[in-house]
Design a protein around this ligand. Structure first.
Ligand code: GDP
Ligand code: GDP
Length: 440
């Protein structure tokens, strides 16, 4: 499980600039769950070799009337509850403000590990100016410049070093997919039917028996077996529906969802047929894709829609989730137990596809046959020459094509090759990355 870092501070201190810097190195995978968790942005962050999930709380204005920060209560506090460590951002140029004091008091009350970042500190020689932030009583003041990247990596190192170590699952590192259970994340927005489906699978008694985790970084996994194949369901917060442990956290936890997807082998994306394919569904789908996970789509509550809605849904899937064309789609009813068998088959198949080994000779044969069928177009003076292919990775499978002038291969030709490889190796339900490597 990746640790979770929340950025907290008053508006304009540079939280979103810092967020963009932390997530930007990996194309800013931002799961912005607008509507449900307004003003909170979630992203995959990286600083040097360290990976984490980062939450940007947007910022909050003091409610002068009541003296209570409404946004603090609603947004920031939830983000803090979900986080392992808080980065409290203040503005080094403006200096200490009354609001900073209020936030510091609130953070102290919430009792999460906290590091203090004095942002916009580029070119500031005046250490005395930073000295005033010690008044906040949160310890060391760390000058950073989010805009220029100065001090950011050291800040993150410090924040993450403050956390207790997690037991890493060593088994994950082994190159042996056969005997281990398939790790499955049931992902979807609130009320799509995740708990119903899982309860249907497991029976209620077994569910309540599971230990509650101590921290947000401990995942609950539920073992389960189908047709001789072992599975591990990874909690996406829905499992804790009846639990009393995380009352501070809403039932639907974006962090849990993202972490479950990251640590899964296969994600089952559940969509509510009665609501259609929403923006939030698309956000979760996008995150699954960015994480490179194998994915199966299940449209739930099929029992509750008429034939017109069914037709609409099929179109919505094509229009709104075109990037998941490779994912098998099933229409199910978790409540009425309809259509569930084929879902398991697809999950198994998606996992097999994601971990498929493809030998260099066969890959190269498929490549050369494809070129023979249809050669890449000349681009200006260059005609790309595709020579051979090898497998560059699994989970998701990566196919690396070697040759000359490959930077001139068009995107449509890349997709053509992808389709050929998918067909030849029976790759269903997994993303496939086709990369080019030009030798000079
Ligand atoms: P937020 O409201 O806390 O998310 O703040 P923003 O990230 O939107 O930043 C507010 C303003 O501060 C913007 O104009 C940024 O360009 C600026 N800013 C952010 N980080 C830095 C920094 O490191 N140095 C300077 N000089 N300006 C910054
Ligand atoms: P979660 O928030 O994703 O865990 O969703 P729940 O499992 O709590 O379900 C939300 C609501 O949808 C509940 O009222 C369920 O009874 C209902 N529901 C779940 N599955 C189905 C289904 O297959 N058909 C219909 N009609 N309702 C369902």
């Amino acid at each position: 499980m990746k640790p979770v870092l929340a950025l907290v501070g008053r508006p304009n201190v540079g939280k979103s600039t810092l967020f963009n810097r932390l997530t930007g190195t990996r194309d800013a995978i931002v799961a912005d769950f607008a509507g449900l968790t307004r003003d909170r942005h979630y992203g995959s962050g990286r600083a040097g070799p360290r990976e984490f999930i980062v939450i940007d709380t947007g910022g909050f204005e003091p409610d002068a009337g009541s003296g209570i920060y409404q946004e603090m209560a609603k947004q920031t506090r939830q983000a803090v509850a979900e986080a392992d460590v808080v980065v409290f951002v203040v503005d080094a140029r403006e200096g200490l403000s009354a609001q900073d004091h209020d936030i510091a008091n609130e953070l102290r009350r919430l009792g999460k590990p906290c590091v203090l970042a004095a942002n916009k500190a580029e070119g500031m020689k005046d250490a005395a100016r930073l000295g005033e932030f010690y008044e906040l009583g949160l310890g060391e003041v760390h000058p950073v410049s989010s805009a220029h990247g100065q001090g950011v990596r050291a800040l993150v190192d410090l924040a993450l070093d403050a956390l207790p170590p997690v037991d890493e699952d060593d088994a994950d590192a082994e190159d042996d997919g056969a005997q281990r259970p398939i790790r499955l994340a049931v992902a979807g927005r609130p009320n799509v039917g995740k708990s119903t489906l899982i309860n249907t699978w497991l029976g209620e008694e077994r569910l309540v028996a599971f230990d509650m985790p101590g921290t947000t970084r401990d995942a609950i996994t539920v073992p389960l077996e189908r047709n001789g194949q072992r599975f591990e369901l990874i909690d996406t917060a829905g499992l804790r529906r009846k639990g009393r442990v995380f009352e501070a956290i809403e039932k639907f936890s974006v962090v849990k969802t993202l972490q479950a997807i990251e640590s899964a082998n296969v994600a089952l994306l559940l969509i509510d047929a009665t609501q259609g394919v929403t923006d939030q569904d698309a956000h979760i789908a996008g995150f699954i894709l960015e994480a490179g996970r194998a994915v199966v789509i299940a449209i739930n509550k099929w029992d509750a829609v008429d034939s017109y809605q069914r037709e609409q849904l099929q179109r919505q899937l094509e229009n709104r989730l075109p990037f998941l064309k490779f994912a098998p789609v099933h229409f199910i009813s978790a409540r009425k137990r309809l259509g569930l068998g084929p879902v398991w088959q697809s999950i198994g198949q998606a996992h097999k596809s994601a971990t498929r080994k493809m030998s260099t000779p066969v890959l190269t044969r498929v490549l050369l046959e494809s070129v023979q069928f249809q050669a890449p177009k000349k681009s200006g003076m260059y005609r790309p020459k595709l020579r051979y292919a090898h497998q560059g990775g699994m989970n998701p499978p990566v196919i690396v094509i070697h040759g000359n002038s490959l930077e001139h291969v068009s995107d449509s030709y890349r997709r053509f090759l992808e389709t050929r490889f998918r067909k030849e190796f029976d790759l269903i339900g997994t993303p496939l990355r086709v990369e080019f490597k030009t030798s000079h």
